[in-house]
Design a protein around this ligand. Structure first.
Ligand SMILES: *Cc1c(COP(=O)(O)O)cnc(C)c1O
Length: 376
């Protein structure tokens, strides 16, 4: 039986045309026409003024923190329920992540808890320097409330939309609500350049500074002259060619991932002990990057781990939900404000195969695997 992967790359076929253009014109560099076109294409799609493509989503978050002036000793609020790539750049800056737990509705940062945490940090005499707002698995966070809270306290928001390209809230694309937004084109994301990311903003000052920093912070001079620390973070013009081909099929990829979700919901939604994450109301539109299920072992008769190993034996890749950051050894000393939601999600949650290239037969194999494990 061929392996069914969780979220494999899915090329459109047009990528090679743009890669060949790069070779034909010898733009084998982190500059060039594919980069310009890829940036324009993202900007047009999500409706934002400026896009800077870089070598990873993690680099984009790092640049965003630098642009907001996050330095040694500063505090940055972030959802504990995320991938380490959201948090590592906070550590690169020598700042402290303040972890905040999730709400049940979207699994993203809980607005009530966020508000109380900001007040508590203010009482301690520390104003958080930024909020990193993650839209996990493609589900938009509660942007109405979170942007209102952030504005009230005048704290800038960086949206980590690494998993949520194409997701919308109130018909506006996520990644365009905060001062800065971040996307990832890693191999497992909804579209990929094999590795890459984007930093987006309506503020041209940020974008110009980001490009300067991402290309080793070279001052204007005929020789190499530097008055601050730079980074080598720009995307290659060859990889931008892959991105251009992928942008042509982004709408199709969203449609396919959402259709996986609805297939699973229809075939598994009635099983007692299995729950799906649903869009809380029609303001929310998720790209359904990954379909996730919550298994209640006392009702389903199997634990998340049972299901994971059972599917592995059938050569089907599944993955536990992200392990919360406050439970990670490397972040165990960081302050965390918890309500139990993320720990329960981690204990019971499983991501199931969600690639846009799954066949009907693959989907059927996943469903019958779950049925067999639960002895239905
Ligand atoms: C993938 C991901 C990142 C990091 O993106 P890379 O391109 O892999 O560096 C950051 N945050 C979240 C939530 C992600 O899923």
């Amino acid at each position: 039986m061929k392996r069914i992967w969780l979220s494999p790359p899915h090329m459109s076929g047009c990528e090679l045309k743009y890669i060949n253009d790069a070779f034909d014109t010898n733009w084998i560099a982190p500059y060039g026409p594919n980069i310009d076109s890829f940036e324009h294409s993202i900007a047009k799609y999500i409706g934002i003024k400026n896009v800077t493509v870089v070598n990873s989503g993690t680099s984009a978050i790092h640049l965003a923190l630098i642009l907001l002036g996050v330095k040694h000793g500063d505090e940055v609020i972030i959802s504990t329920f995320t991938f380490s790539g959201s948090v590592n750049p906070v550590m690169y800056q020598g700042a402290t992540p303040i972890f905040v737990d999730s709400e049940k509705e979207t699994w993203n940062i809980c607005p009530d808890l966020l508000e109380s945490v900001i007040k508590k940090r203010l009482v301690k005499g520390k104003k958080p320097k930024a909020i990193i707002l993650v839209h996990l698995y493609g589900m938009p966070a509660n942007l109405d409330r979170i942007m209102e809270i952030a504005d009230n306290f005048n704290i800038p928001v960086i949206e980590d939309a690494a998993e949520a390209l194409g997701s919308r809230f109130n018909n506006k694309f996520v990644g365009t609500f905060g001062k800065l937004g971040v996307f990832s084109f890693n191999g497992n994301k909804i579209i990929t350049t094999s590795g890459g990311g984007a930093l987006v903003s309506n503020n041209t000052i940020y974008t110009n500074k980001a490009r300067f920093l991402a290309t080793q912070a070279r001052d204007k001079a005929p020789h190499y002259q530097h008055s601050q620390i730079g980074y080598n973070y720009r995307m290659s013009n060859i990889l931008a060619g892959i991105g251009l081909g992928q942008m042509e099929v982004l709408n199709e990829r969203i449609r396919q991932r959402r259709s996986n979700f609805f297939y699973y919901l229809e075939r598994l939604g009635d099983i007692s002990g299995i729950e799906f994450s649903v869009e809380p109301n029609n303001k929310y539109f998720s790209n359904r990057w990954l379909t996730t299920i919550i298994i209640d072992p006392s009702v389903a008769g199997a634990t998340r781990n049972d299901l994971h190993s059972f599917m592995e034996k059938r050569n089907i890749e599944t993955r536990p939900l992200w392990k919360p950051m406050h439970m990670q050894p490397v972040f165990s000393d960081c302050p965390a404000y918890l309500n139990g939601v993320s720990e329960e999600l981690f204990e019971k949650g499983l991501c199931i195969p969600s690639g846009s290239n799954l066949s009907e037969g693959d989907l059927e194999r996943v469903v019958s695997g779950i049925h067999a494990c639960l002895q239905l």
